[in-house]
Design a protein around this ligand. Structure first.
Ligand code: HEC
Length: 127
């Protein structure tokens, strides 16, 4: 009986360790972007080709150097040096960068508000 309990405890610990190892950061929406889906955001970043211009940690092939690297996004103070970095402003930037900075080289990729929200959720998940 005691051995049985020890075995059970070992199995439980094993499952907990496994769960901790397999849970990827950024799976939960970060608090800044309620309702955003970071998983979908990562897919959109890949599909829309953001990575041809930006380094985006955790997104396959995202190693472009045309725009600034989007590393440590959750700790950035400003978006394109223009707007305080928060979800509302990031969504606005993603939907229409020229409305923030008319001369910017970042193209308008015509993302919907929902898509911009998901992308923002992924970017704010980058520590
Ligand atoms: C053709 C190249 C290009 C593509 C494609 C592109 N960007 Fe950009 N992006 C830029 C450039 C250049 C800037 C710098 C803008 C500025 O400061 O005027 C920028 C700025 C940004 C910023 C602000 C960065 C900072 O440090 O303040 C974010 C966030 C961003 N882009 C996200 C994205 C996302 C997400 C996508 C895909 C939906 C994307 N970009 C697609 C070129 C691009």
């Amino acid at each position: 009986m005691v051995r049985g309990r020890a075995l059970l405890a070992a199995v439980v610990v094993g499952i907990l360790v496994l769960a901790a190892c397999t849970s990827t950061p950024g799976r939960e929406p970060p608090p800044q972007v309620p309702g955003g889906d970071p998983q979908r955001g990562a897919q959109l970043i890949e599909q829309l080709g953001c990575g041809s211009c930006h380094v985006v940690p955790g997104v396959r092939g995202a190693d472009g150097l045309v725009g600034p690297p989007l590393i440590h996004w959750s700790r950035r103070g400003f978006i394109a040096g223009e707007l305080p970095n928060n979800a509302t402003n990031l969504i606005r930037w993603l939907m229409d960068p020229q409305s923030v900075e008319p001369s910017t080289d970042m193209p308008n990729l015509h993302v919907s508000q929902g898509q911009a929200r998901d992308i923002a959720a992924y970017l704010f998940g980058i520590q």
